[in-house]
Every structure is written in C-alpha cells, then in structure tokens.
Design a protein. Structure first.
Length: 290
C-alpha cells in the first residue's frame, strides 16, 4: 500500500514530518529521478531510489528497524542543531553512530539550558511527541535571581501574556536557596522557545540556571554525567509510544541484563570523553540534582 512520502521518510528517521515537508517543498527530494512534490505517495520497493539533496537515503528501516530512544544529559553550551556553521559543539556530537538511520531530537533546549533531551530513530515518534496537542509534561529545576513573592507565583500560575500568546506554569514548587538566589521546580506542557525563562522575566525575575529534569514520566537518570547518554529499555520506549498512540515495540536493541551495566558504563565513559572540551567555569559548576 502507498503512503505519503514524508511519512515514509519520517518513520525511517530522516527528520520530523514537518522538517521533511519543508525539504520536499524546496524541491530537494526525488523519487527514482523525479523531483517529488508535497502530497506524493510512494509504495516502498526494493529497487526504489529516494534522494535528499542528491544523496540516496535508506528507507529499509521504515519496515525493519527497531525503534531506539536515548536519554541524553545536555550540557550548557551545546546547540540543538545537527551542524553549526561556526563549528560550535552540538547535541549530536557525542551520540553513537548509526548505519541506515539517524537520531532525531525530541524537541530542543536552548544553548544555556541543560538537562534531559530525548533522541529517537523513529521520526514519527519524535514528531508526535513534539506536537502541542499531546501536552506532554516537562519539569524543570530553575534557579532564579530576584524578589519572588506570593503575587508573582500567582501570576505565573494563572498565566501571563507573552509576545506569542498567554502562558503559565502548571505547577510551581519552592525548593530552597540562599538570599535572592532561589530554586523552584516548574512544569509545562508546551515546548515554546525559551518559555520558562520568558515566563519568569515577565514578572521581573531573572533565570540564572535551568535544568530539564523530567519529560513525561521519564526523569533525568541518576548518575548520568553531563554529556552522557543512556539507551532506554523496552518498557520506557513503549511508554512514549503509548503516549502518542503508536503501536508498541516487541523487540529492543538493549543488551541482556547481565551485560547492561558494563555496556552502560562504557557508553557513558565514551560519550563524556568525546568532545569533552568545555569552558572551565562550566566544568566546575555544581549539579543542582546532586
């Protein structure tokens, strides 16, 4: 049966549907030598040649590959982009290399935000998780500088007007602090650009540190260092798939239990070692989560 071209490419891990639709509209995709247009449908066959920017892309994983998901502890200073013209570090630099597929980021964190960032080989899963209609809850630990009183907390809970529309925290929980530096945990169900920072700034409070500690029911793994990643197991992957009404996976790329600890320790060590040049000030920064 035929499917829309963008769906085939998204499921194969070549980007989200929205990204691929834009690439198709720009005339950068061809099927068997013919430039594709938005709305084209294809039936995947063994001899089919789909090209993006002139390069043949693999589509075999759309029917054969196992959905994989990584939890990555993004450090401050890394960009959520695949390539940076200025050569700055990106969140993709430390991830394990893949054959016939690629990692797709589930949303973004801005350059000065650290914490939990998910990656998957399933572009359709990533696209659905990012869609605002799913309202997946995100939790952040945020250190703010400024005077915070009950009225400001009420404003942030009721909602404030931002330039791109009204916004509010679902929950705000005081975590402690010293002087004007206070820690709060806040939750949102949207992923608008710099939303946490802009909400606090709207009530005259500056954010000095921001860490995403939870996405849905998945928390930043304890013991995972900044710049480290770990692969999610089958129950965790199927939790995400169920959230967005995708069929569950029945097999996993995770190693068997007896090998898991050794593999996890090695992968963390490799990830942190690779591209480990960070600013000295950042290297010595304390981790709020302990």
């Amino acid at each position: 049966m035929s499917e829309k071209l963008q769906k085939v490419l998204a499921r194969a891990g070549h980007g989200s549907r929205r990204e691929i639709e834009a690439i198709i509209q720009a005339g950068r995709v061809s099927v068997d030598g013919k430039v594709a247009t938005l709305g084209d449908r294809v039936e995947v066959t063994a001899g089919m040649k789909i090209r993006m920017d002139g390069h043949v892309v693999s589509i075999t994983e759309s029917t054969e590959a196992v959905c994989r998901v990584l939890a990555y502890y993004k450090p401050e200073g890394e960009l959520c982009t695949r390539n940076d013209p200025e050569g700055r570090p990106t969140v993709f630099d430390r991830l394990p290399k893949l054959r016939g597929a690629r990692w797709v980021a589930v949303g973004r964190l801005d350059v000065n935000t650290s914490g939990l960032l998910l990656f998957t080989t399933d572009g359709e899963l990533a696209n659905r998780l990012m869609h605002p209609s799913r309202e997946v809850e995100r939790e952040y630990a945020v250190r703010v500088f400024g005077q915070v009183d009950d009225e400001k907390i009420k404003q942030l809970s009721r909602g404030v007007q931002l330039e791109d529309g009204p916004a509010a925290f679902r929950t705000i929980t005081y975590q402690g602090g010293e002087g004007l530096n206070q820690w709060y945990n806040v939750t949102l169900t949207e992923g608008r650009n710099r939303e946490v920072r802009r909400l606090w700034e709207a009530v005259g409070v500056q954010v000095s540190r921001l860490i995403r500690v939870r996405y849905g029911d998945l928390t930043l793994p304890k013991g995972l260092p900044r710049g480290g990643w770990t692969e999610l197991d089958l129950p965790q992957i199927n939790y995400l798939r169920e959230l967005v009404e995708l069929d569950p996976e029945t097999v996993s790329k995770m190693p068997v239990e007896k090998d898991r600890r050794r593999v996890k320790a090695n992968q963390i060590r490799r990830a942190v070692k690779r591209h480990s040049q960070v600013a000295p000030g950042r290297r010595s920064a304390t981790n709020k989560r302990g």
